[in-house]
Design a protein around this ligand. Structure first.
Ligand SMILES: [Fe+2]
Ligand SMILES: [Fe+2]
Length: 265
């Protein structure tokens, strides 16, 4: 099986530990595997593969818990762990779904999938230290929903998943870290350190999204700024909430014009 076929197999795999193992093996052997950039693949099962738990509920029904209690801290870790599980699936989906991209596109997204697998494992292991497992809290499915909405348009996918939803993570992480520093317990501070690793890697993921979004716009003769506004409306993407992490977004390749526009929306 070539790299894209194996990415699809990992995406279909429901068990998180099995999925993580497949992604890490795939990334480690990527340079020796064939890469078929041309084929249109068809999934043999519904996507994504995921375990029976967590139960998926509407984002508005997710209970708001304070991280100042042990249960609330575990719920916060679980919510981020769920984001990372979805992020593995999103990156794998970018690899298998869209044909006729340059080889570097597929290799970039496989590397992202491997980093998401690492983030997921980090938080799952921390949850276990607190006596919880992935699946113990209900979660929402907003990330995968955007993945489905953009499955027919790779430019929309790059615009709205990495450079909108993942980029929101860049904005939100320092605020979560500030709150956890106030909590101040060893587990809260351990979470701050884990979020440092995640934030560092996420700048790279948003940069990959920016790179391929611009590449696609150039290929198709689209203006990246104007087309982004069109895609936001077309797919009812969530609007930004202030404050914006300008330094992280700049490091991830947003232009000064884009940063200026983000501040106004
Ligand atoms: Fe991540
Ligand atoms: Fe990411």
């Amino acid at each position: 099986m070539d790299l894209r076929t194996r990415a699809l197999a990992a995406l279909i795999t429901p068990d998180p530990a099995d999925k993580v193992a497949q992604v890490l093996t795939l990334q480690a052997s990527a340079s020796q595997l064939g890469l078929d950039c041309e084929s249109t693949l068809v999934p043999a099962a519904s996507l994504p593969g995921r375990p029976a738990k967590p139960e998926l509920i509407a984002a508005t029904d997710v209970p708001h818990r304070s991280p100042f209690t042990p249960l609330g801290l575990a719920a916060l870790l679980h919510a981020i762990c769920h984001i990372e599980f979805n992020a593995i699936n999103l990156a794998l989906d970018a690899v298998w779904r869209f044909p006729v991209m340059p080889e570097a596109y597929y290799r970039d997204w496989l590397r992202v999938a491997a980093e998401e697998a690492y983030h997921f494992s980090l938080l799952r292991d921390h949850l276990a230290e607190l006596g919880f497992a992935y699946g113990d809290f209900a979660a929402h499915d907003g990330l995968w929903e955007m993945c489905e909405k953009t499955q027919g348009d790779i430019t929309a996918r790059m615009a709205l998943v990495p450079r909108t939803l993942e980029a929101r993570g860049l904005d939100a992480t320092p605020q979560i870290q500030a709150k956890l520093r106030k909590v101040g317990t060893p587990h809260a501070l351990q979470t701050v350190a884990e979020l440092d690793i995640i934030l560092r890697d996420e700048v790279g993921h948003v940069a990959v999204g920016n790179h391929w979004y611009r590449w696609l716009c150039e290929r198709d003769g689209l203006d990246p700024v104007a087309h982004y506004a069109t895609l936001l409306t077309q797919h009812s993407a969530p609007r930004l909430k202030a404050p914006i992490n300008v330094a992280a977004r700049r490091a991830a390749g947003f232009t000064e014009i884009e940063l200026g526009l983000l501040g106004q929306s």
